[in-house]
Design a protein around this ligand. Structure first.
Ligand code: NAD
Length: 260
């Protein structure tokens, strides 16, 4: 149970992050959610978490492109609930293009949201975790933290970077009761995957069905998409006391993709 723990999940207005936030709340943790989207829809999700699980849920609209906003989000979360025990760096975006045509601003935005924001959040959250001698940091990496695919140079670079950041901070935090791990999902059916289908169709000159079967699920031996609930369940386990010797890892949940 995560009763009396306070968690912050970035990029939790949708997809994997929302499932992780709800799974933590189901274990009794208070939650700060974060992310972009329609304010009315976000408020509905926030209220639903409080109503469904009887915990407190607050929302931060911090933009993960901006370091100062990331820092302020962590400080405010810690102040609002009195501690920040669990940090999940999950916000992420994708863009698919051959490197010669890759827009500079998209490359930089992917590095800022998918990698730099995790640095700023960890930097702000770790001192309190060390002082309280307990903390869990989970970074949503990707199979693309371990292997590459063409046309995803920014994303693969950011996710390999997250794996390195995870190892480094795990070593720095190892004697302070704080574990730091990354989860490396294969293809999970979320808006992020759905949105890259048109560009992949263009880049590879394929139909939608071909992209799903020959590109996405081609990589995944189980031939099934991973579910957001499966990623959330591993996140909950990593927060348990049973997982306290698991640190510095990047754990694949990818239907066998990176075994090949
Ligand atoms: P999603 O698009 O459903 O969710 C992304 C979340 O990040 C949303 O809440 C969005 O609002 C938020 N976000 C985006 N830009 C932001 C910004 N500038 N500031 C604050 N929040 C921002 O996607 P998802 O598939 O749930 O992705 C979540 C994480 O999982 C990402 O890091 C992604 O790289 C990773 N991942 C996804 C898959 C997959 O197949 N879906 C596979 C491996 C890794």
């Amino acid at each position: 149970s995560l009763t009396s723990k306070n968690a912050l999940v970035t990029g939790s207005t949708s997809g994997i992050g929302l499932a992780i936030a709800r799974a933590f709340a189901a274990e009794g943790a208070n939650i700060t959610i974060n992310g972009l989207g329609d304010p009315g829809e976000i408020e509905k999700e926030r209220v639903a978490i409080e109503a469904d699980f009887g915990v407190q849920c607050r929302y931060s609209g911090a933009n993960m492109l901006k370091g100062e906003e990331v820092t302020a989000m962590v400080q405010e979360a810690e102040k609002a609930f009195g501690s920040l025990d669990i940090l999940v760096n999950n916000a992420g975006i994708q863009f698919v293009a051959p490197i010669e045509e890759f827009p500079d601003d998209k490359w930089e935005a992917i590095i800022r949201i998918n990698l730099l924001a995790a640095f700023y959040a960890i930097k702000a959250a770790l001192p309190g975790m060390k002082a309280r001698k307990w903390g869990r940091i989970i970074n949503t990496a990707s199979a693309h933290a371990l292997v590459a695919s063409p046309f995803k140079s920014a994303y693969v670079s950011a996710k390999h970077g997250i794996a390195g950041l995870t190892k480094t901070v795990a070593l720095e935090a190892a004697q302070h009761g704080v574990t730091v791990n990354a989860i490396a999902p294969g293809y999970v059916w979320t808006p992020l995957v759905e949105k890259q289908i048109p560009d992949t169709m263009k880049a590879r000159n394929m139909t939608e069905e071909q992209v799903k079967n020959d590109v996405l699920l081609a990589a995944q031996p189980t031939k099934e998409f991973v579910t957001v609930e499966e990623i959330a369940a591993l996140s909950v386990f990593l927060c348990s006391d049973a997982a306290k010797q698991i640190t510095g890892t990047t754990l694949p949940v990818d239907g066998g993709w990176t075994a090949q």
